[in-house]
Design a protein around this ligand. Structure first.
Ligand SMILES: Nc1ncnc2c1ncn2[C@@H]1O[C@H](COP(=O)(O)OP(=O)(O)OP(=O)(O)O)[C@@H](O)[C@H]1O
Ligand SMILES: [Mg+2]
Length: 471
């Protein structure tokens, strides 16, 4: 409508001069231009009185002769009537009518095209949406739900489906690889954890064992110190009290009485000296500071020597000795003094714990143990015997059997020293009770040596380097 009104105004302006000078032909020519525009059906110019001055008409529609005859609304037409003014004064009117049906056809064509385009675009969009949903959204949603289910279940064997060779497929593959890596690390972590727990358990066990051993060692040390101080105190106390008594009474006391004091002081000193020597021996053996000088020995001879050294002790108690020696040499490489010390100690125990007028039996022999041969020495007595269950304990320092520990005398170090010496010679020593008669037997064995290695056959170098060894 606006466009039509504008066109009418332009037409009025162009025809103003023609209208002023009543130049109808010119006005008619001006209107002929609308013949080019098929939509304009009627174009009429009226003068100030409303009488038709010039007009362009289509075959279907005609100009009314008077402006007042123009119907206000004609069906199928759009119309516009505008005044023609000169200096504010109305000199005429222009009436234009355009065919509205053509516009409707045009608009409906545009509508058709637009709707076709919109439908096509919608269809294409829908297809694209379906395609992208199928190729992008679905795999991503599937990936998300797989990730959620793995998080919830912790099952890393679940895999994301990668059926497309595009970016989503790459994403799924990358996700699966990441899962595999996480799974591997998870397993490694679990194994490390399990291993760690096992290692901690093993270490804890080792530490507990070490702690237990340390506690036992500490307890043994305390017991050793307790025993030692007790053993030292008894003879020391005797020496102190008898010497003090002697100093006090030396003027008044009879000589016999003084002799008794001196005798007691002498015995206690001997006991103290023996104790100090034994403790020193034991300490040296335990620290590995004792040097052995191994030489060939026929143990029969060493046993006889030891027996001779305790002969007076045996005679005191009327104890006799039976010798049961092997016919062949009972050879061993050993430190003679130390083995003599061992046998003498066995004799002193046997004599101490055997009643008067009984017999000791000293045996020597060569014994086969598997592929090895051993030189064996045993001393059997007819004494009190050793209670079952204590036959191993009596080899510990300061240990005395429950059968003899009341007033038998002794410190309980002799057998501990014997075991250290025998072990240093790669041998064994043990105690057992006699099966038939009363009493017990202590036996030790050393690796047997057959040929006689005379001391002169060992060079001074061998004596100092190879034959001397430290324990
Ligand atoms: N032949 C034996 N018969 C019975 N008991 C024995 C015999 N030999 C050793 N024992 C027991 O073993 C203990 C330890 O003996 P060991 O020789 O080590 O110490 P001890 O004789 O008591 O003292 P010492 O240090 O003076 O030798 C003895 O006290 C005794 O109880
Ligand atoms: Mg003893």
């Amino acid at each position: 409508m606006e466009s039509l009104a504008l066109t009418a105004t332009i037409a009025g302006d162009r025809s103003l001069a023609a209208l002023m000078f009543q130049y109808k032909e010119q006005a008619q020519n001006n209107l002929e231009i609308y013949r080019q525009s098929p939509s304009i059906q009627v174009a009429c110019i009226y003068n100030a009185q409303g009488t038709l001055f010039a007009g362009y008409e289509s075959p279907q529609n005609k100009c009314q002769n008077h402006q007042e005859d123009i119907p206000s609304k004609e069906s199928g037409l759009l119309s516009a009537s505008v005044p023609i003014r000169k200096n504010g004064e109305t000199v005429g009117y222009v009436y234009l009518a355009s065919d509205a049906r053509e516009i409707g056809v045009y608009v409906s064509k545009i509508m058709q095209i637009s709707s076709t385009v919109i439908i096509t675009v919608l269809a294409v969009t829908l297809l694209l949406t379906l395609y992208f949903q199928h190729t992008i959204s679905d795999p991503i949603l599937e990936l998300a739900s797989t990730a959620q289910s793995i998080t919830a279940s912790g099952n890393y064997n679940v895999k994301a489906r990668s059926s497309y060779p595009d970016e989503t497929g790459l994403l799924a593959n990358a996700f699966n690889e990441m899962l595999l890596e996480v799974h591997k690390r998870d397993n490694a972590l679990m194994q490390a954890n399990e291993g760690l727990e096992e290692r901690i358990a093993v270490r804890t066990h080792e530490l507990e064992e070490a702690k237990h051993k340390a506690e036992l060692a500490n307890e043994a040390k305390s017991e050793f110190l307790r025993n030692m101080s007790h053993e030292f105190r008894t003879p020391l106390h005797a020496i102190l009290s008898f010497s003090a008594y002697g100093v006090k009474e030396y003027k008044n006391a009879a000589r016999k009485e003084l002799l008794k004091y001196f005798d007691q002081i002498n015995k206690s000193s001997e006991r103290l000296g023996k104790l100090v020597n034994e403790v020193l021996d034991l300490a040296r053996l335990e620290q590995g500071c004792l040097i052995l000088c191994p030489r060939y020995a026929d143990l029969r001879e060493l046993a006889n020597q030891a027996a001779e050294s305790v002969q007076s002790l045996m005679m005191n108690k009327n104890i006799s000795l039976r010798l049961d020696h092997a016919h062949e040499a009972v050879g061993a490489l050993c430190d003679h003094d130390k083995i003599l010390q061992v046998i003498t100690n066995l004799f002193s125990n046997a004599i101490k714990f055997t009643p008067e007028r009984h017999t000791l039996t000293l045996r020597t022999r060569i014994q086969k143990t598997g592929a090895k041969e051993e030189a064996v020495v045993s001393l059997a007595d007819e004494g009190v015997g050793i209670p079952e269950g204590e036959q191993e304990a009596i080899f510990e320092s300061f240990r005395q059997s429950t059968r003899t520990n009341t007033g038998a005398g002794g410190t309980g170090l002799g057998l501990a020293i014997c075991r250290k010496i025998i072990t240093a010679h790669q041998g064994r020593i043990w105690a057992q009770n006699n099966t038939a008669e009363a009493g017990s037997t202590i036996t030790f064995c050393l690796p047997a040596v057959h040929e006689i290695i005379h001391p002169s056959m060992i060079s001074p170098q061998e004596m100092s380097h190879e034959s001397l060894y430290k324990i």
